[in-house]
Design a protein. Structure first.
Length: 427
């Protein structure tokens, strides 16, 4: 087995195999992020070729966001039962199949079925739950940093793929750009097949940072029904106020990031006379800043009160969204926005994951976070459709940006309601 040989080779150099898991998960996440973000590049070409309205295209993307989120808690249960590698590999193959079939689509219902339903289910089978599970199983030390690195992969996916996809779409059409995404997903699937493993014990290791003084806990029973495991966790978590605060703030997080900026920033820039390739470059610039901002956020979340980190992250994001329309979409104004917003884009994830683990325990952290992440994607779906409807009915995206900014201010205040001391929750 390649993983056993690689583990032995790395051990001779005093490198833990957990970092290989981080690398494979990072690759999977950046390619998936490229697939999720690609429709933002394709909105204008699809409108020109098929005559579909922004609201019609946005409805498909909203369905994708909803399923992407609702799959998260069930994905955690699937990983617990069938293993990380099997679930991740299946998810990548589902996404590739949908994108290949969409190369021949010509009706809006096909867009909704393939890009909305199938891609939503496939990408939702991994989502951020994969990163949280890898960090929890393979690392006892530096978990916050690992979560920050893996969360930053979303930004890296935009950095790597969106400008390239926009250029290919401009020069060779959206189908060529989509074919490239299919090839990259295939490469990621091969890496998962060859190198991803479920637990350190599978290759005779202990988690990174484990001193070996305590016996390893036995894996949780994997014969529980998927539906019962996911819904039972929701039933228990929903009895606590901290769950609903994290759910609500993550709903706002999704509404102010994936659903709004990722989907609608490029077409909004086109409305203001900015070429599509240049607008995709703006998203890539945000990805650069977010890559570093999210890793730093993971480092900070290991050291400081996560409630106060979330207060500042949401508050600063809200101010940046409200100020965007006043930049006049000049090069200087958009550059400042890309830097300011980019540093804060996904910085909320490491503190949210750590708060979830603190309040609900490491054994159920991935399941509870799956439901909180479902709130994130419900917010993304709401913003994706709402902003598209605003553009169709009012001929402007600006009301959606003002609303998202105001919601972020509310989220920053909600985080302060969380009690300082963790309260034990029955498993």
């Amino acid at each position: 087995m390649i993983s056993n040989w690689l583990s032995a080779t790395l051990a001779r150099r005093n490198i833990h195999y957990g970092w290989v898991m981080v690398g494979v998960t990072f690759l999977t996440a950046i390619v998936s992020a490229g697939a999720v973000g690609a429709p933002g590049v394709f909105i204008v070409p699809l409108q020109k070729e098929f005559g579909w309205s922004t609201a019609e295209i946005s409805s498909a993307l909203s369905i994708r966001f909803i399923l992407f989120g609702l799959m998260a808690p069930f994905a955690a249960a699937l990983m617990n039962r069938y293993g990380l590698r099997n679930v991740t590999l299946t998810a990548l193959l589902i996404v590739v199949s949908a994108l290949v079939l969409s190369l021949g689509m010509h009706e809006v219902w096909q867009l909704i079925l393939l890009w909305g339903v199938v891609v939503g289910i496939g990408t939702g089978m991994t989502a951020l739950v994969l990163s949280a599970t890898v960090a929890a199983r393979w690392f006892n030390a530096r978990r916050g940093l690992v979560i920050g690195i893996l969360t930053a992969s979303v930004a890296t996916g935009q950095l790597v793929f969106l400008p390239l996809l926009a250029t290919l779409t401009d020069r060779m059409g959206w189908r060529t750009a989509l074919a490239l995404m299919c090839a990259m997903l295939g490469i990621a699937a091969l890496a998962v097949l060859m190198m991803m493993r479920d637990r350190p014990a599978d290759i005779g290791l202990r988690p990174f940072g484990d001193d070996g003084e305590q016996p390893l806990p036995a894996p949780a029973p994997n014969n529980a029904p998927i539906l019962a495991a996911a819904l039972g966790t929701l039933r228990d978590a929903s009895k606590t106020g901290v769950f609903w605060i994290l759910f609500a703030t993550f709903f706002i997080c999704g509404a102010s990031t994936n659903g709004l900026i990722q989907v609608h920033l490029i077409p909004m820039c086109v409305d203001f006379g900015i070429p599509q390739v240049q607008a995709a470059g703006l998203l890539a610039a945000m990805g650069i800043f977010d890559f570093f901002g999210t890793i730093v956020s993971g480092w900070l979340s290991d050291r400081y009160d996560n409630r106060y980190l979330l207060f500042w992250y949401y508050g600063l994001r809200g101010l940046s969204l409200v100020s965007l329309p006043f930049t006049n979409f000049s090069f200087y104004g958009l550059s400042l926005f890309a830097m300011f917003y980019g540093l804060d884009w996904i910085a909320t994830v490491p503190p949210t994951v750590r708060l979830t683990a603190q309040r609900f325990g490491p054994e159920r952290a991935n399941l509870v976070f799956g439901w909180i992440f479902a709130g994130h994607q419900l917010g993304a779906a709401t913003a994706a459709f709402g902003a598209g409807l605003s553009r169709t009915l009012l001929a402007t995206y600006l009301p959606a940006f003002f609303a998202a900014g105001a919601l972020c201010i509310i989220a920053s205040l909600l985080t302060l309601v969380i009690s300082r001391q963790p309260r034990a929750v029955a498993a």
